[in-house]
Design a protein around this ligand. Structure first.
Ligand code: N01
Length: 542
């Protein structure tokens, strides 16, 4: 290898992993342990994936600390969290700890963006190129690009004319960017927007929030976690809590309430809702009644309960209408709610304006700020784009990936998404992806998903090595059947009733369809296991 990282001969590897977040780190550790030659290419300058890029003020995980970590005892036994829902800095520290403990960085090339991967049918290897011109020839390509690695900027007239600072939440300056004392505008009220808004309102001189759809945010109920509690949890419950993740719909440590809402009296429903609300976190969503995401009436009751709670916290009737309208813009929970800490109180502050873009859309961005349809120019020092991602598929389709017949994955999935088992796709042999399309992904705690899918992929690659196969790819008929199954399960829910990233509806021109497997973690992994135990049914091995 030359000093600039370019080999005279392209480097041959067993596996190239793309991305060094939870998924990529796990692949590297386990594949290396299994004796494979493996490297990770990561576009960022450090480990962490989402937790590297999303360093905007207030960025925080909304899974409970004990399930949002690797289930590897060699890691959790010596690590201590400080908060129930850790912030981005703590997660970055966790990744530094993981790196040191597992000695990961020596096989990771940072600041290395993969731009193309073409399958060579003569060698059964991938030819992978990076932005800087490095080329490697791995047998297998494992894409750990996550759900949010392609940030989406809005197509708004004049955006590039703004003379203040413009920052997308997912591309926040690594050194930080201070919003204190500034006139800040935020477009978007998804999870990123809500977190940034509640952090910014107390310090900005003025905050203007541009909201297209209200977020049905849920109380986080953050708390500090002390050392004694964790010592006890490690001794008594950690292994069981981490195992339980495999047995619940969302890869959490709790499950839906095992009743339909209609089975209970109005008082019983109220008491259950109140209990879930008091627990905080996602209990009110992923711990709620079984029919909450499939039955309109059950869903409407959940919305009414949520709305009542929000109205109690917001003083101004006009703010109440914008944040929690009487008629819900979409069913509760079919667009991702997020966890909030003091989000609703922000709108009682005199320095905060909330613009309802449904009533008063953005006309254009000007050099001074944002002009709305009512001709008011909202003057700003900073414009924050909390406008989300080309989620789930974008991290993969932004790479020039070409399969056996030269087809671009972007073109294949541009028509309609098709995968087999949410980890592979026909005509793209020896390529796996995890925490991506048609997996439990958006409905699964991240570490749960990447460990379970990750183990399946590693077992599969190990099986191929043992049997001396050099190539695996899904059979088209198996892929078609999988897509049919994914869509049939999806059609039972109310998912299609919102314009959410869950279904690609937030990206202009993206086909509206299920991007995830919505049948829950236990069913998903049973189907994956069945294929493996049957000798990888649905795949052609050669
Ligand atoms: O992105 P989003 P996000 N004009 O797509 C609005 C994870 N995450 O970055 O709803 C005006 O949810 C858009 O409006 P609408 C988590 O899975 C996790 O916030 O489409 N507005 C919406 O309000 C999350 O779900 C954590 O009408 C425009 C917002 O921008 C996922 O990432 C923290 C617009 C985008 O919301 C994505 O969250 C952060 C336009 N042209 C993120 N275009 C935690 O774990 C878009 N919007 C805590």
């Amino acid at each position: 290898m030359s000093t600039n990282g370019h080999s005279a001969q392209p480097e041959q590897l067993d596996v190239l992993v793309v991305g060094a977040g939870f998924g990529g780190a796990y692949q590297l550790y386990k594949l290396r342990k299994a004796g494979f030659s493996v490297k990770v290419f990561e576009a960022g300058s450090n480990l962490g994936g989402t937790w590297y890029w999303n360093c905007y003020p207030g960025a925080r995980v909304d899974s409970d600390f004990h399930i949002y970590q690797f289930a590897l005892e060699e890691l959790w036994k010596d690590w201590e969290w400080t908060e129930h829902y850790p912030g981005q800095k703590e997660l970055a520290n966790y990744f530094a700890y993981v790196d040191k403990k597992l000695d990961l960085s020596r096989d990771i090339s940072f600041d290395t963006r993969v731009t193309a991967a073409h399958f060579d049918t003569t060698t059964d290897r991938w030819v992978v190129s990076t932005e800087a011109g490095r080329i490697v020839h791995p047998r297998f390509l494992v894409l750990c690009t996550g759900i949010g690695s392609k940030p989406l900027s809005p197509d708004i007239k004049g955006l590039d004319t703004f003379q203040g600072a413009t920052h997308h939440t997912a591309l926040w300056p690594q050194g930080g960017f201070d919003l204190a004392g500034k006139r800040v505008g935020v477009i978007g009220t998804g999870a990123s927007g809500v977190q940034l808004i509640q952090e910014t309102a107390p310090v900005a001189s003025h905050l203007t929030v541009f909201q297209r759809t209200p977020n049905f945010a849920l109380p986080m109920r953050q708390k500090k976690i002390d050392s004694a509690t964790q010592t006890r949890m490690k001794a008594e419950v950690y292994p069981i809590l981490l195992r339980r993740r495999e047995q619940t719909f969302a890869g959490f440590h709790y499950e839906f309430t095992p009743r339909n809402l209609s089975d209970l009296t109005p008082e019983g429903r109220y008491l259950t809702f109140d209990d879930l609300w008091t627990r905080g976190g996602f209990h009110f969503w992923l711990g709620s009644f079984l029919d909450i995401l499939t039955d309109e009436n059950a869903n409407a009751e959940a919305y009414a309960f949520w709305r009542k709670k929000v109205l109690e916290r917001v003083h101004d009737p006009e703010m109440q209408r914008k944040l929690a309208p009487e008629v819900a813009p979409h069913p509760f929970g079919v667009k991702r709610p997020c966890l909030e800490q003091q989000y609703y109180e922000v709108y009682n502050q005199p320095n905060v304006d909330l613009i309802d873009l449904q009533q008063n859309p953005i006309a254009e961005i000007t050099p001074k700020g944002v002009k709305t349809a009512d001709s008011v120019e909202h003057e700003l020092d900073v414009l924050v784009l909390a406008t989300g991602f080309d989620a789930v598929t974008g991290g993969i389709t932004q790479i020039d990936i070409r399969g056996t017949d030269g087809t671009l994955i972007r073109e294949k999935w541009g028509k309609s998404l098709s995968t087999y088992l949410g980890m592979t796709t026909a005509n793209f042999p020896n390529m796996f992806f995890l925490y991506g399309p048609h997996g439990p992904t958006a409905f699964c705690n991240g570490p749960t998903c990447v460990e379970l899918q990750g183990d399946w992929i590693i077992d599969c690659i190990t099986h191929l090595r043992e049997k001396k196969y050099t190539r695996i790819e899904p059979i088209k008929a198996a892929e078609d059947a999988w897509v049919e199954q994914v869509n049939a399960i999806f059609s039972v829910g109310l998912w299609d009733r919102s314009n959410s990233w869950y279904i690609g509806a937030n990206v202009p021109g993206k086909p509206r369809q299920s991007l995830n497997f919505t049948g829950g973690v236990p069913l998903y992994f049973r189907l994956c296991r069945e294929s493996a135990e049957g000798g990888y049914t649905g795949f052609a091995l050669s």
